[in-house]
Design a protein around this ligand. Sequence first.
Ligand code: ADP
Length: 352
Amino acid sequence: MVYSSRVLALLLALCIAIITTLFLSLFESVGTSALVVAFFIGFSVSYLLIFVVLEFLIFREINKIYKLISKLKKKELQHIDKQQSAALNPLKTINEEIFSFADLKQKEIDELKKLEAFRKEFIADISHELKTPIFAAQGFVHTLLDGAVNDKTVRTKFLKKAAKSLDGLDMLVQDLLTLSHIETGQIKMHFENIDLYKLTEEVFEQFENKADKKDVHLRIESQNRQVMVWADWQRISQVMTNLISNAIKHSFDGSEVVVEFTQGKKNVTTHVRDFGEGIAPEHIHRIFERFYRVDKSRSREKGGTGLGLAIVKHILESHNTKTTVDSTQGKGSVFSFKLPRMKQSGTEAEAE
Ligand code: ADP
């Protein structure tokens, strides 16, 4: 930079000295030796002045860069006004380069910090969730070993409780695996034309006993007995299983769970409606988070892993859609999602 400011000062000083000498040569009274002296004096003075001014400007801009760097070190990046940091070219470019590079790095650091916090929280959650059924089963087994095994009624009761805890553990591990496989892309969606009506009937069959126990009636509401959409059968079956299971769990005894299909031009919307306790507004935006439960102890009691809706969210995201929830406390909830209507043959291969 010093080198280029010297060259620039030299060229400018040379121009000024030539112009001054040419101007003085117009006067007859000025002799050749006076012109030579005037040339050298003009050249030296202008060179010095221009060089000092340029150096001053460069130092000022370098100082600005140092200030910027020290602000970056103190993480005051957000307070730096980009417009104010306008400087000489090419120093202005360097200034802006530093700014945008630091900005980018800061964003990356923030993102990594967020991920790290999320990872820590997730590990803490998983440990806690795993601990609960393991401790329960361990407690029952130890009580049996400590003598309860000799009492036949206590033995059966405790073994059943231990088995229930281990079943819960198995469900949790299955859900965790599903979630991790979807997130890491290990599960590839297999899109095809599927009948949502038939799929729902199959899911209803799985839950007949559970619904009967609460005297909850399962019903489909649709204009047609065939509702064709473009989706992955197995994954949407999992979505419906989780939504219908939740709907039955949270229904009032003797009420009903209704799956309704509304067919639009391009999409079919599925609504899973229950008439039960509903969800308070402050919880609605959080229920799709892993392990988030409105009522932790009651959810575990009802056999929930706290991952059902997180899985629903991920599967529907893989179908480029999402769930909307409409709920009124004390009245019930409706979970809805859209899927594209059946593809006509010929477009299937293209979409896949
Ligand atoms: P869980 O395994 O606990 O059911 P989910 O992820 O499926 O976990 O649901 C998260 C929470 O959302 C549940 O604990 C429950 O509090 C609430 N929830 C889900 N579906 C319903 C529903 N249909 N009615 C009321 N609350 C619901």
